[in-house]
Design a protein around this ligand. Structure first.
Ligand code: SF4
Length: 340
């Protein structure tokens, strides 16, 4: 049961606010979807009603912005303080056409321990609830401007917290509120096989991205401990089933580190592994994280990797490096959390 209005559907708001008329719940829901943080802003509610609601919910939000870092490229990283004192980060990334994507967190820290990821090095504290996820979106949109896409690629593994992630997606896509298209939402997983099967069977049908990193088990074991639990063969079987049920193309993310998982041989392994799957590959030159023992790939390694994919007919794009100036790029979230 959600306790915070920002994580509720309109019908639940009716009950939480003890409204007699259902349309009052829709009014509040609409205001919240536009980023309202107080009842005083809800001008279509009678003053006496606003006073009653303020007494019922002295604070609407359960999170507050505790730090804000803006990059010259339009990216914005926020650190949010949660009601229990824990902190998370979320980011707006802006592309060259001015489209803004919210990169949201779903856990405080992450239990998956990927070797190349700052968040993984922080350990895991707890799951976020739907309100804590939704408020990241609202805080970012209020400060960055209209957001057109959402990716669950921030802190945490979304398929280990699928209940609140599903609820947040319902709110994000509700035409009576924010109304984002499901096609504009991406869940990114490190390869939690039962979660992929759950998505295949029960939805929501949003875009799915797999942080693959390497298609060679021995290397993936080293870089991503999840591979010891669900090795590449099981991951592929799950994706075959997912595609059989949904017909959706899957994005493979390859964060490339110099001398580890980049170059032509690594790309050939990916081509062989992906045979039979409908995929596109996002090649992400690893973003430097102080304290982690990896380096960025050389230009030659990157070009060799991309050339193999291209000659195999696999659609590949080189992810633009946005947000690096605020440590808000892929794998970098969490750097502000130890400083406070
Ligand atoms: S890459 Fe994703 S799954 Fe892996 S440790 Fe980082 S946040 Fe967790």
């Amino acid at each position: 049961m959600e306790h915070t209005l920002t994580g509720m559907q309109a019908s639940e708001i009716v009950e939480a606010c003890s409204f007699r008329e259902a349309f009052r719940g829709k009014q509040v829901y609409k205001w919240l979807s536009r980023g309202a943080t107080g009842f005083a802003q809800m001008s279509d509610l009678a003053a006496v009603e606003r006073k009653r609601l303020e007494a019922l919910f002295p604070k609407i939000y359960c999170t507050e912005v505790s730090r804000r870092l803006a990059d010259d490229d339009g990216s914005l990283k926020l650190q949010l303080r949660l009601a229990d004192g824990a902190a998370i980060e979320c980011v707006t990334l802006e592309d060259l056409e001015g489209r803004r994507t919210a990169c949201l967190s779903c856990q405080v820290g992450c239990p998956m321990d990927c070797a190349f990821c700052k968040t993984g090095s922080l350990g895991f504290l707890r799951d976020l609830d739907a309100a804590e996820i939704m408020e990241q979106f609202h805080h970012l949109e209020t400060r960055s401007g209209r957001l057109s896409n959402v990716v669950f690629m921030g802190m945490g593994e979304p398929l280990l917290n699928l209940g609140p992630v599903r609820r947040a997606i319902e709110i994000l896509t509700d035409p009576a509120g924010i109304g984002l298209s499901r096609r504009k939402i991406t869940i990114s997983t490190c390869g939690v096989v039962p979660g992929i099967m759950d998505l295949a069977a029960n939805g929501p049908q949003v875009r799915l991205a797999i942080s693959l990193t390497s298609a060679i088990d021995s290397i993936r074991d080293e870089l991503m401990p999840v591979n010891k639990r669900w090795p590449l063969s099981e991951l592929k079987a799950a994706l075959m089933e997912y595609q059989g049920k949904t017909g959706e193309r899957v994005t493979l993310e390859a964060a490339l580190m110099g001398g580890r998982n980049s170059g032509a041989e690594a790309a050939r392994a990916l081509v062989t592994w992906a045979d039979g799957l409908h995929v596109q590959v996002n090649v992400i030159p690893w973003n430097k994280v102080p304290g982690l023992p990896f380096s960025e790939p050389s230009r030659a390694e990157l070009e060799a990797y991309l050339a193999v994919l291209e000659s195999a007919g696999i659609e590949a794009s080189r992810r633009m490096r946005r947000g690096r100036g605020v440590m808000g790029a892929c794998g970098q979230l969490g750097d502000t959390l130890k400083a406070d």
